[in-house]
Design a protein. Structure first.
Length: 363
């Protein structure tokens, strides 16, 4: 965090807040004012840290130059006092940074922007679906599903397959992964969007390259969501699981599908061994989705990002292309390519993800 950059940003916001055209939109005023307040707090904390560091350095110089016992005691007290002040300021700064997990919602009826109580992001729900391209799209979706599983394993993230729907030849219609790690969202949030593949399918006799797509949506998993769901609003279906869990789940109807009548949302879960556990997990995911819908009604940017990620799964709405004939992966947002695609599809995404995070540090 750079003090000079924050000061420049403060100056830019002050200019905007003095522009009548900018102020004609009440939402602009509310958002810029909130941002300005946050920046001013950061500037003050950084100045306190620098001041404490300067005083610590001066006291250390006294310790090195004098043998006077009284001066030594005063210098040691000065160091201790300023180290505590510095630590406190750093903690406040860190807490302010973590407040980025506060969800901003604009309420048109009141014409004001509010910050809801901080909600802790504990992980992500990763949804992968076949897009345009029939069976080849489903096979590509399976490749992506496997790629993210391997990437999660390399990071030692706790991973669960919530739901999986496969095709007869091993493709993936839909796969939902739950990753329980606080760092997962920061690393995966830019993976959301339409992924395009260009390759020759095994069934293609003429050697023609086909283009197919799969969609990836990365949703933050939020803890302690206070949403009440009425029992009469839910329609439950139980069925036999086709996923992991051993023979028990193959013989007994342990998988759960919840249909939320007011919104039309359907949540399926087959990750657990027992019906009750799957039902609880499905309810948890439903609450996250209902919470997301509430943000949408308040023009939440988070929900807008999810809509932008999913798009309509058309070939043109792409964030990344996996070109097999040229052994090249291209991210179209940053116009950068990598080779050795098989290595990338094995979950070695570190270089790609780190570069994208640097390109979009404020998102």
């Amino acid at each position: 965090m750079n003090l000079e950059n924050l000061i420049k940003e403060k100056e830019q916001l002050l200019k905007k807040l003095s522009d009548p055209e900018f102020l004609s939109n009440s939402r602009n005023f509310e958002e810029a004012s909130c941002r300005l307040k946050g920046i001013e707090q950061k500037i003050n904390l950084l100045k306190e840290i620098k001041k404490a560091e300067r005083k610590i350095l001066e006291a250390q110089e006294i310790l090195a130059e004098t043998s006077d016992k009284e001066l030594l005691n005063l210098a040691e007290e000065e160091i201790k006092k300023n180290e505590e002040m510095k630590k406190k300021a750093l903690n406040l700064l860190e807490n302010q940074e973590s407040d980025k997990t506060k969800i901003r919602t604009y309420l048109p009826s009141l014409g004001r922007t509010f910050f809801l109580a901080p909600l802790e992001i504990k992980g992500v729900i990763l949804e992968i679906r076949a897009g345009t391209g029939g069976e080849e799209a489903a096979l590509f979706a399976q490749d992506l599903f496997r790629m993210y599983q391997h990437y999660a394993a390399k990071n030692n993230w706790s991973l669960k397959i919530i739901n999986i729907s496969s095709t007869s030849i091993g493709g993936l219609k839909e796969g939902i992964l739950e990753i329980n790690d606080k760092t997962a969202y920061e690393n995966l949030k830019f993976e959301g969007g339409v992924h395009r593949v260009q390759r020759i399918p095994e069934t293609e006799k003429s050697g023609r390259v086909h283009t197919s797509t799969a969609t990836v949506a990365v949703l933050p998993q939020v803890e302690n969501i206070q949403i009440d769901i009425r029992p009469e609003d839910i329609e439950e279906t139980f069925y036999r699981s086709s996923g992991p869990g051993g023979q028990n789940v193959q013989k007994v109807e342990t998988a759960v599908r919840l249909y939320h009548k007011p919104t039309g949302m359907t949540i399926s879960c087959q990750s657990e061994r027992y019906q009750k556990q799957n039902r609880n997990k499905a309810l948890e995911i439903l609450k996250n989705k209902l919470w997301e819908a509430e943000q949408e009604r308040g023009s939440s940017q988070m929900t807008k990002e999810r809509r932008d990620q999913i798009g309509h799964a058309e070939r043109a709405e792409k964030i990344r292309t996996y070109n097999f004939p040229q052994d090249r992966v291209t991210d179209h947002r940053i116009k950068k390519s990598w080779h050795n695609m098989n290595n990338i599809l094995e979950g070695n995404l570190e270089e790609i993800i780190e570069i994208i995070k640097k390109e979009f540090p404020q998102n």
